[in-house]
Design a protein around this ligand. Sequence first.
Ligand SMILES: Nc1ncnc2c1ncn2[C@@H]1O[C@H](COP(=O)(O)OP(=O)(O)OP(=O)(O)O)[C@@H](O)[C@H]1O
Ligand SMILES: [Mg+2]
Length: 379
Amino acid sequence: MISLKGVSKSYNQQTKVVDDLNLEINDGELVVLVGESGCGKTTTMKMINRLIEPTSGDIFIDGKNIKSLNKNELRRNIGYVIQNIGLLPHQTIEKNIATVPLLCKKDKGEVKARVHELLDLIELPYDIYASRYPRELSGGQQQRIGVARALANNPDIILMDEPFSALDPITREQLQNELLKLQVELHKTIVFVTHDIDEALKLGDRIAVMADGNILQYDTPENILKHPVNDYVEAFVGTDRLWKTPDMLKAKEVMNKKIIKIGADRPILHAIELMKEHDTNILIVVENASSKSSKMLGILGINRLKGVSNPATKVRDIMKVDVIKIPQDMSLVEVLNIRKENGIQYSPVMDVAGNIIGIITNTSIINVLTDIVPDKEEY
Ligand SMILES: Nc1ncnc2c1ncn2[C@@H]1O[C@H](COP(=O)(O)OP(=O)(O)OP(=O)(O)O)[C@@H](O)[C@H]1O
Ligand SMILES: [Mg+2]
């Protein structure tokens, strides 16, 4: 775990560029520092590997104050990737990756094997790329080498300062995906700096939104999107962001919580009355409507009543039984896919215990989506 406790930095006794920062980063977590240019992201990051010393406050790694550690030793356990890669131009890719392990006097054969393994990992085959020079690689490939180099000594922590910002959008997205894939495998503790909120939302387990040397909000992408702490964060994230990332919306957030139950043996006349009374087109059919624990047997949508002439027909006889239940945490995107593939109009949502807690309908989805984007136009 990395903990920053009351960390401040000022240059020449002037205003603090990092101001009394507190931040905890758990092992295996990918934390993104995001904020406008000059807000103190790089300064914060460089204090973690002591490229910059704080003016006050302390930083701990696994409970040890990093002030008490030898700088070189500290950095051996911290990989560092920067925007302009910083590969050594006159060294081969192999040498570039191997620099730190060789400095640490690791066995040459082992280091070679490690380079091989890392090149495989970033999908640049050893036989083709190891002997090349950085200028013989594309920008995206060089950036991958930067990541491989940061991993070379198998550090627990990796600091990445805008590593992908110089790349075109497609390569950038590719490398973001690769990083996510790598992280599933390697489970490093990663601090990632960017000024791009989209990148932050995509990569971060948690995001620290910074402004003027302060952390305004430190939270999951979902909470930053849904519950920004103030106007600044809201504006920075963009109020229409949820439109662009609908996978952040969960089934339970787009469902209608109104559930009207009806007993399976009731006549459809009663179903019609209930629909009118509760202003709904859909009923949940259970064995016994007055029992709280009664399990769902099926659903009865208003369409099923069409053409049924005998009012004494039982609900059980016309209800829909093969109902797909949606888990409450399924993303809206998945829900929409399931609805489309199966031509479903009504999707009951269940909690972890399997209880029905709401129903997703086209109307419930539209209601939520129109809530997200406030009307700006006056009519
Ligand atoms: N050596 C220095 N002397 C004086 N001021 C500095 C020094 N280094 C950085 N600063 C100031 O500290 C502030 C924070 O800089 P920092 O590099 O941490 O910003 P950043 O958030 O990484 O910005 P960017 O997104 O542009 O990289 C800036 O206002 C910068 O001018
Ligand atoms: Mg910076």
